[in-house]
Ligand binder design. Structure first.
Ligand code: OGA
Ligand code: NI
Length: 330
């Protein structure tokens, strides 16, 4: 426990005291495997290669809701710089992070840790994060090396997100400008995650099982491992692959594709000895954007992104967890 770590044990003392060793099963019989890897350099070759590559992207999104991409166009240099800046900012003291966001002009509430609503250990996330709306990065004023790097990272990753979204739409027979028109870098979010070493990794998650409330997420993780996802009803562990970015389908794409693409549940397992870092880019539309199925016989009623977010927030407040898409079934 360093002074940069959030005070999990002190703050959630009651949960620890009341715990009757309740295993959350994260180490039971969880196989490690690689999610489908797609080489995006094929897209530039045109013809058959490009067409095959697009099909692979759509197929992985249907069967797995997850895939990883290599030769993705995001420079290794930017990825490394992002990681380095991320490590630096989390090294600041907890006091600094929680009370003045390290003087970074981050918007209020962007530093998060643990789970304020947790009523038992399994609801406690052993992690800390800066969750930043991208509108705010350019407003951060002071050009710190962190904000410059986040800006560069977001720019490159947003291109990738838009390309992938358009490919996924095209594979459903929809050549549309929907994503260009509704998802801008300024409507997206960046989340810097840190998972500190955890003394009881069999009892708490690094991040609880959830689906993402966006169109798609691009994740860059380090080599520690811990990300798990549900495939055919079983949890499997994602084997980290250097230089790859992990892509997962979010709830909005599942609704837009009328359940063709799957927003799959995933979680992060805590690690007893080593800290872990990841950066997630959430590809989101503006709040007024209306999401509706691109085909007939829609499973879900149409909703604006604002309504969706509000519903998720209300559920989390009232029930302690997110219901998500099932709330919008017709
Ligand atoms: C998330 C998420 C996974 C990870 O931030 O939504 O699922 O590996 N992160 O950090
Ligand atoms: Ni997630």
């Amino acid at each position: 426990m360093e002074e940069s770590d959030p005070p999990f044990v002190e703050f959630y003392k009651n949960l620890f005291d009341n715990q009757k060793t309740n295993d959350i099963g994260v180490f039971d019989d969880v196989e490690e495997c690689e999610v489908p890897t797609i080489d995006l350099s094929q897209l530039h070759q045109g013809g058959r290669e490009a067409a095959d590559c697009k099909r692979e992207i759509a197929e992985a999104s249907q069967k797995w809701g997850f895939f990883q991409v290599i030769n993705h166009g995001v420079s290794l240099d930017v990825l490394e710089k992002m990681r380095c800046e991320q490590m630096k900012v989390f090294k600041k003291t907890f006091y600094d992070k929680a009370n003045n966001h390290c003087n970074l002009n981050f918007p209020a509430g962007s530093y998060r840790w643990g789970t304020p609503s947790a009523t038992c250990l399994r609801q406690l996330a052993w992690s800390e994060a800066f969750h930043i709306p991208l509108t705010d990065i350019s407003n951060m004023g002071g050009l710190t090396s962190l904000s410059t790097t986040m800006d560069q990272f977001a720019m490159m990753v947003s291109n990738l997100a838009e390309n992938l979204a358009e490919i996924l739409a095209e594979q459903l027979g929809h050549k549309s400008n929907f994503f260009k028109e509704n998802c801008w870098p300024s409507t997206c979010y960046l989340r810097l995650n840190r998972y500190p070493p955890c003394p009881v990794p069999s009892q708490v998650f690094g991040l609880m099982p959830h689906t993402d409330s966006d169109f798609l997420t691009i994740l860059h993780q380090d080599q520690i491992g811990g990300l798990q996802l549900v495939k055919d009803g079983k949890w499997i562990a994602v084997k980290p692959k250097k230089e790859a970015l992990i892509i997962n389908i979010g709830d909005l794409f599942q609704a837009w594709s009328n359940d063709v693409y799957k927003s799959v549940e995933h979680r992060v397992v805590a690690n007893k000895h080593r800290e872990r870092f990841s950066v997630a880019y959430f590809f989101c539309p503006s709040y007024d954007t209306v999401i509706q199925s691109c085909v007939e016989n829609s499973i879900y009623k149409k909703f604006s992104f604002r309504e969706f977010r509000q519903q998720v927030q209300d559920d989390v407040k009232r029930l302690g967890y997110k219901i998500g898409l099932p709330r919008f079934i017709l």
